[in-house]
Design a protein around this ligand. Structure first.
Ligand code: NAD
Length: 294
């Protein structure tokens, strides 16, 4: 990947950590890599249950980017009123199919379906979302495996935009297994070497905690939670939260206020969201490698 330092800046002078641009670089690099491997057939299977509109859009974008990356997209859809057995048998077929290298079950599942039981079926080598018990265990143990795409995307943004992490203090807001928890593990990893704090809904004086941080990752799902008062001048602020409001998609970060103080900031949309998809594509190639296909 070509490193450039011609980073776009916000009106207040913060580096704009452009997730769309980096995702496009990742997709182009993957395409070139797959071509250089002689175009092996590497298949990402997506499973969509029900008709949730955002989920449908996410899956459509994932399938589109898979094809642009030189991967093969296979898609299975089930009705919202299907049974737990229907979902599990669908996933089992994909697990047993050696031509499927990555399996992504779009979450959340409709009410009444148990996502944990479905995830339990996916072997770590095909777990491109990195969300299963065994993938998380590998992450904790520092063993090779597939890492959840959203926190991985945050790490890629920090790296690409030259944000130093070693010896730096980080605050991650939100403790879900999807984002916050793996984010803390990735920031604290050897080689990254940040010192992360995991903040959540019961954290007292969140603003004061954040003001101590060189890096803030906001993944609470609360629109505009992180204001300029939370941010130490020059800090990097990465917005993961997504709230759908009448005026469109809003992040956890008050962009207009924070960009005047921050040293680097992600836009919303166009920051961590596209990176989640870019990392899913990278994870699919890694899954094929873990299976010895390439
Ligand atoms: P979640 O609801 O499972 O977790 C939210 C976390 O935020 C909880 O741990 C909670 O303690 C914490 N929290 C809530 N309100 C808080 C507050 N006022 N102060 C401090 N902490 C607070 O959600 P999740 O699945 O982790 O997702 C978080 C957000 O990220 C959601 O908005 C989701 O839509 C979004 N998301 C974005 C991407 C992306 O690609 N950008 C990917 C996944 C999730």
């Amino acid at each position: 990947m070509t490193q450039t330092d011609d980073f776009e800046r916000t009106p207040g002078g913060a580096v704009l950590m452009d997730g769309k641009r980096l995702r496009d670089e990742i997709v182009a690099d993957l395409r070139a890599e797959i071509e250089s491997l002689g175009n092996p057939t590497i298949t990402l299977a997506t499973v969509l249950v029900g008709s949730d509109k955002p989920s449908r859009i996410y899956v459509r974008n994932k399938r589109r980017k898979a094809e642009e990356s030189g991967l093969v997209s296979r898609h299975v859809e089930l009705d919202a009123d299907c049974t737990q057995d229907d979902v599990e048998s669908t996933v089992r077929v994909l697990v047993d199919d050696p031509t499927v290298h990555g399996i992504l079950v779009q979450l959340p599942l409709p009410d009444g379906l148990d996502a944990e039981r479905v995830l339990d079926l996916i072997p770590p080598e095909k777990d491109v979302d990195g969300l299963t018990e065994r993938s998380m265990g590998r992450l904790v143990r520092g063993r090779p495996g597939l890492v959840p795409c959203t926190p991985l995307g945050v790490m890629r943004l920090l790296d690409r935009y030259g944000v130093p992490t070693s010896g730096k203090r980080a605050v991650v807001i939100g403790r879900s297994t999807l984002v916050g928890l793996p984010q803390v593990l990735l920031l604290g990893r050897k080689g990254v070497d940040a010192t992360p704090t995991l903040a959540h809904s019961r954290t007292t004086d969140l603003a004061a905690q954040c003001r101590e941080a060189d890096i803030i990752v906001a993944a609470a799902g609360m629109a505009g939670l992180v204001t300029a008062e939370f941010v130490r001048p020059g800090a990097a602020v990465l917005d993961v939260g997504i709230s759908r409001t009448e005026s469109g998609i809003v992040g956890d970060v008050d962009f207009d206020g924070v960009e005047k103080v921050a040293g680097a900031i992600t836009p919303m949309p166009g920051g961590t969201g596209p990176m989640t998809i870019g990392c899913l594509m990278q994870n699919t190639l890694l899954a094929a490698r873990l299976q010895g296909v390439v």
